[in-house]
Design a protein around this ligand. Structure first.
Ligand code: AMP
Length: 118
C-alpha cells in the first residue's frame, strides 16, 4: 500500500502530521519514543517507506531492514544501554501481537528482561 493512500499512524508521525517524540531521523528511517514504554528505553525505529510487516518485505528492502538494526545499535550506544544489554523485537501478525501495521523495530532496554517473552 502506498504511503500516501493510507491513514497509517506511523506514516503520519514520520511526516510530522501526528505527534511523536522523534529521537533520530535520516533518509531511510525515523525513530521515536514509544507512547506506552515497556522499559526505561523503548524506542521504535520505523522505515520512512510504508511496509506493513516483516511478511510484506521485498528483496529490495534487504538493506533497509539491516539499517533499522544499525540505527537501533547506535541509539543503544548513545544511551549507554549496550553495557547492560537490550532487546530488539519486530512483532509480526496476530500471534505476536502486532498492533500497528507499519513495520517497526522495538528497542527495549534499561532493565533486565525475562525469556521467553509472554
Ligand atoms: P506492536 O504491538 O509491535 O505493533 O507495537 C506497536 C507499538 O506502537 C506499541 O508499543 C505502542 O505502544 C506504540 N504506539 C502506538 N501508538 C503510538 C504513538 N502514537 N506514538 C508512539 N508509539 C505508539
Amino acid at each position: 500500500m502506498a504511503e500516501n493512500s493510507t491513514p497509517c499512524l506511523f506514516c503520519r508521525i514520520v511526516r510530522r502530521e501526528a505527534p511523536g517524540k522523534i529521537v533520530f531521523e535520516d533518509d531511510l528511517v525515523t525513530a521515536f519514543e514509544d507512547v506506552h514504554p515497556r522499559s526505561p528505553t523503548h524506542v521504535l525505529i520505523v522505515p520512512r517507506k510504508h511496509i506493513e510487516s516483516l511478511d510484506a518485505l521485498g528483496s529490495e528492502d534487504e538493506s533497509l531492514i539491516g539499517h533499522l538494526h544499525m540505527v537501533a545499535a547506535q541509539l543503544a550506544r548513545d544511551r549507554g544501554i549496550q553495557k547492560t544489554g537490550y532487546r530488539t523485537v519486530i512483532n509480526t501478525g496476530a500471534h505476536a501481537g502486532q498492533s500497528v501495521f507499519h513495520i517497526h523495530l522495538h528497542l527495549l532496554g534499561g532493565r533486565s528482561m525475562a525469556w521467553p517473552p509472554g
